[in-house]
Design a protein around this ligand. Structure first.
Ligand code: DON
Length: 309
């Protein structure tokens, strides 16, 4: 795997010298404080080896990358009945858009736009207090990464709660349609805390391995989700994981991926690797600018795109 390490070192070296790094998210004030001059990448392989370059050991706010894990968790609880509440089509709209929700009577297009993830948080909350549901999500991610040190950044959770009017609007709107059952502040409490989970690229790449390994976590041998479900989650990541930038990401990178406004991206090369990349500066639709460029270079040089060379 020396070629892979060489490619990662080259990518990190280029990222360190990049001048146009995008812009950090400002609508969550705590994220606006993050130094944009950071870049990390980690590749976890099914044999348990993890190769890294750059700031791969620095924790960052995973934000919407968490939606892959809450979808996996909720599907485990509810099975396919989840799809009665949330669609699985690309939205073609911004991650926090409200327009489609009215046209489609409060049923979010997919589980990765904010409205869809809020609906999934409502499902995870069933039968629990918000604190218990948050604990369940954190425990699930620790189990996936096989790492008990993973924590929530409470400052980020508070910052988002204080500036969460847009998400509160989406939640109230859905509740008016009967698409969420619990009180809005409970659902948002779960949603904001899942987004505020902090992880390193190393941890995130390990946590995603089950999606590269037919639903099985090769670190522990545990079957996290059935193989068919892993395949389907990958399909939704490919079509919806980058919001209105999903087509561009598929075109450039050619892997299932999920981005977050903290600048992280989890990408899956099925059967080959789970890849986490992080650089806080975002492009115009809210996806990591250098992270996308890094994945484009990695898939090209390694021949990892699901669409071939
Ligand atoms: O709800 C929000 O706006 C954020 N907590 C998450 C949005 C996000 O990460 C979109 N991803 N690019």
């Amino acid at each position: 795997m020396t070629k892979l390490q060489d490619v990662l070192d080259e990518i990190a070296g280029e990222a360190a010298g990049a001048s146009d790094r995008g812009v950090v998210a400002h609508y969550i004030p705590e994220l606006a404080k993050v130094d944009p001059n950071q870049f990390g990448i980690a590749v976890a392989l099914p044999d348990g080896e993890v190769l890294t370059a750059g700031d791969a050991a620095t924790p960052f706010s995973i934000q919407s990358v968490s939606k892959v894990f809450t979808l996996s968790l909720a599907l485990g609880k509810l099975g396919d009945s989840l799809w009665a509440r949330v669609g699985r089509e690309p939205s073609g709209n911004a991650f926090n858009s409200i327009v489609q929700l009215e046209q489609e009577k409060g049923r979010p297009r997919n589980p990765f736009i904010n409205a869809g993830a809020i609906a999934v948080a409502d499902l995870i909350l069933s039968g629990h207090q918000p604190r218990e549901a948050i604990g369940e999500i954190v425990r699930f991610i620790r189990y996936l990464a096989d790492d008990d040190t993973i924590r929530i950044d409470e400052r980020v959770a508070r910052s988002e709660t204080e500036h969460g009017d847009r998400n509160a609007s989406l939640a109230h709107f859905m509740r008016a349609f009967g698409s969420i059952e619990h009180p809005v502040d409970h659902v948002l409490g779960v949603y904001f805390h899942q987004c505020a989970i902090a992880m390193t690229c190393h941890q995130l790449a390990r946590a995603g391995l089950y999606l590269a390994s037919q639903g099985q976590n090769p670190l522990t041998g545990a079957q996290v989700v059935p193989a068919q479900r892993a395949r389907r989650i990958n399909a939704i990541m490919l079509m919806c994981g980058h919001y209105d930038g999903s087509g561009e990401f598929a075109y450039r990178v050619g892997l299932p991926g999920k981005s977050g406004v903290g600048g992280g991206i989890l990408a899956i090369a099925p059967g080959i690797a789970s890849i986490a990349v992080w650089s806080p500066g975002l492009d115009l639709v809210g996806n990591s600018k250098l992270g996308t460029a890094a994945l484009e270079q990695l898939t090209r040089q390694m021949g990892w795109s699901v669409f071939g060379a």
